[in-house]
Design a protein around this ligand. Structure first.
Ligand SMILES: NC(=O)c1ccc[n+]([C@@H]2O[C@H](COP(=O)([O-])OP(=O)(O)OC[C@H]3O[C@@H](n4cnc5c(N)ncnc54)[C@H](OP(=O)(O)O)[C@@H]3O)[C@@H](O)[C@H]2O)c1
Length: 269
């Protein structure tokens, strides 16, 4: 059955490859990018290579949380129902470390933006919908001060904290919307994408490995009802398995505190 699927960060890397596979299957795709030229180019390419013309474009720079909120509103004007949300857009290295509001770029793009976007879309993510959040093997305990923008973190530290924050929130969200499937996924480490080439100049696996697991988690019936879980794609050469996230992702007190602080940070948006 044809589904309506939103993929953030679909202009490059595993998000774009997953979009191509899903477009080939005839699904309606809402594609997101931060750069309108690159997004339009991606859409033309997908249309040409897959023959699918059920493709819609949404622009938002995730370093600007008010534009994320605006994007959620635009999506709700465009569609009545979303079957799958893949929170894929992410950043590691960046020329600027902080957003104009003082948040670390990694916390803003990798955690606060998907948190806000998802919250804005919950009323069109009905029973049986899926939310797939892109985590990572890199997960470090979250400093709530750093999340608020205090001090300066290393690139790796900020990235790993943002990914654990996303994973902690994933598990909390899964409990709040039990009729949906909410999964955090490490798509595989050092996949061959722009992010990894810029950071490390080498890779361990092709980007297809990550795109394939996003494709499966988005639509494969095998994952029906499997919610509040962490899929670790490092667990196998071709495809991984469900596994354990960082211990803090199972710590109810830490999760409660994280969500309280997160809500306070976005309360004025
Ligand atoms: N590759 C890996 O080995 C690996 C491992 C673990 C987790 N992940 C996660 O997988 C996801 C995809 O990563 P990737 O490797 O495919 O990276 P990528 O090739 O760099 O693609 C990242 C996507 O996010 C978008 N993006 C970046 N900053 C943004 C911003 N400020 N606002 C809106 N969109 C923005 C990019 O847009 P542009 O096209 O405009 O740059 C691009 O579409 C990320 O969440 C990443 O953390 C990747």
């Amino acid at each position: 059955m044809s589904k309506t699927i939103l993929i953030t960060g679909s202009t490059d890397g595993i998000g774009k490859l997953a979009a191509i596979r899903l477009a080939q299957e005839g699904h309606t795709l809402l594609l997101h990018g931060r750069n309108s030229e690159k997004l339009n180019q991606t859409i033309s390419e997908l249309r040409e290579t897959t023959g699918n013309d059920k493709l819609q474009a949404f622009i938002a720079d995730f370093t600007d949380l008010s534009s994320v909120k605006q994007m959620a509103l635009s999506i709700k004007q465009a569609v009545d129902k979303l079957d799958v949300l893949i929170n894929n857009a992410g950043i590691f290295q960046s020329r600027i470390a902080k957003t104009s509001k003082g948040f670390d770029i990694r916390f803003a793009v990798n955690y606060l933006a998907p948190y806000l976007l998802t919250r804005g879309l919950l009323d069109i993510l009905g029973k049986g919908s899926r939310i797939i959040n892109l985590s990572s093997a890199a997960q470090s305990p979250v400093s709530l001060g750093a999340l608020k923008g205090h001090g300066t973190l290393s690139v790796q530290g900020a990235y790993a904290q943002s990914k654990l924050a996303l994973t902690m929130w994933t598990f909390s969200l899964a409990k709040n919307i039990p009729s949906s499937v909410v999964i955090a996924v490490n798509p595989g480490s050092l996949l061959n994408t722009k992010m990894v080439q810029e950071a490390y100049g080498q890779h361990w696996s092709g980007a297809e490995k990550g795109a394939n697991i996003l494709f499966d988690l988005a639509i494969d019936e095998a994952y029906d009802g499997l919610t509040g879980k962490y899929f670790d794609n490092d667990k196998g050469a071709v495809k991984g398995a469900f596994g354990r996230a960082h211990a803090d992702a199972y710590d109810e007190e830490k999760i409660t505190r994280l969500i309280e602080v997160t809500d306070s940070l976005i309360s004025d948006l």
